[in-house]
Design a binder for this molecule. Structure first.
Ligand SMILES: NC(=O)c1ccc[n+]([C@@H]2O[C@H](COP(=O)([O-])OP(=O)(O)OC[C@H]3O[C@@H](n4cnc5c(N)ncnc54)[C@H](OP(=O)(O)O)[C@@H]3O)[C@@H](O)[C@H]2O)c1
Length: 286
């Protein structure tokens, strides 16, 4: 079913455009263990069984929790599974998100990801910038990116991506390392990256929107609900189908802790939005 959404060549693989984001599997506030350990394992296994071959994670989800769940549920991993992780933050004891960009912190983060995922090399590591924790903000990434490039040279990281970044930072990064993907916040209602996505598409770089469904407060809009009702789909399926149709370099990683929501979301692969529906939906974020 998810094959209908096609693939995008990314990090040397053909990633299916409908993937899965594992952040929601940790406890409340992405901190501590899940409420239901077995249910979390079931979501991961159901995703892979349904054909998902791209999972997004980080060792700072939990911390350590999400990666250990992935390993428990899925190792030994299917050969085509692309696990994308991110570094650049650590968690305080109070669940806060703290910057962690010193070379030794980045090396430790890669090591933690390797250990907890049970891997010898990480497929893709996104360096997640924190000049402003809530959105991209200018500032040089040279020093931390050079540290990640060193880890790549050591063979611990296969491909490098960036998260929470501006186009200027991607340009700066290209002088240091090849950048295979950008992961920023983007969805129907949050469209700051429209021009950025088009530019990355022209350059063959994957764009992986985080919060594709709106994040901790999923999208709510009368227009979205109206289009969904007309197409006999759910609002979340329409939101995902809109992203799939928005640009071919967009890869989806919707998050959920529920097998029912997972199947609902993956079914968006077979939903085609007619032109008038796209125009109505475009107006939500316009
Ligand atoms: N780079 C970054 O800075 C960054 C930041 C945030 C997230 N991420 C990545 O992006 C991924 C996706 O983001 P996200 O999970 O935070 O947000 P999201 O995918 O936009 O939305 C997840 C939320 O939507 C709910 N949901 C999912 N499917 C649903 C459905 N069919 N019907 C109703 N509600 C539904 C989930 O609740 P239920 O569990 O109840 O389904 C959850 O509350 C994450 O898993 C993570 O890997 C990256």
């Amino acid at each position: 079913m998810i094959d209908q959404a096609g693939t995008y060549s990314f990090a040397g693989r053909d990633a299916k455009r409908l993937g899965y984001g594992a952040m929601q599997l940790a406890g409340p506030g992405v901190f501590g263990p899940p409420r239901d350990h077995d249910a979390a394992l079931a979501v991961l296994r159901a995703a892979v069984k349904a054909g998902v071959n791209h999972i997004d994670t980080s060792d700072f989800y939990g911390p350590h929790v999400t990666n250990r769940l992935i390993r428990e549920a899925l190792a030994p991993y299917p050969q085509d599974l692309l696990i994308v992780t991110k570094i650049g933050a650590r968690r305080g004891d109070d669940a806060s998100w703290l910057p962690a960009f010193e070379a030794d912190e980045l090396a430790r983060a890669v090591d933690d990801n390797l250990k907890n995922l049970g891997l010898e090399a990480l497929d893709v590591v996104n360096l997640r910038l924190m000049f402003d924790v809530h959105g991209p903000a200018e500032g040089s990434l040279a020093t931390p990116l050079k540290a990640v490039a060193d880890l790549q040279r050591q063979g611990l990281v296969r491909h490098i991506g960036l998260s929470n970044v501006t186009p200027t930072q991607v340009e700066e990064a290209r002088g240091i390392a090849e950048i295979v993907c950008v992961q920023n916040q983007y969805n129907l209602a949050h469209r700051d990256d429209d021009a950025f996505i088009d530019a990355l598409a022209a350059e063959g770089v994957a764009y992986v929107p985080f919060f594709p469904l709106g994040g901790f407060s999923p999208l709510q809009s009368a227009t979205l609900s109206g289009v969904a009702a007309r197409l006999e789909a759910t609002p979340m399926q329409v939101a995902l189908a809109w992203l799939l149709q928005r640009s071919p370099n967009i890869l989806l990683i919707p998050g959920t802790s529920s097998v029912a929501h997972l199947h609902e979301n993956l079914a968006a692969a077979s939903l085609t939005l007619p032109e008038d529906a796209v125009a109505q939906l475009d107006a939500i974020g316009g």
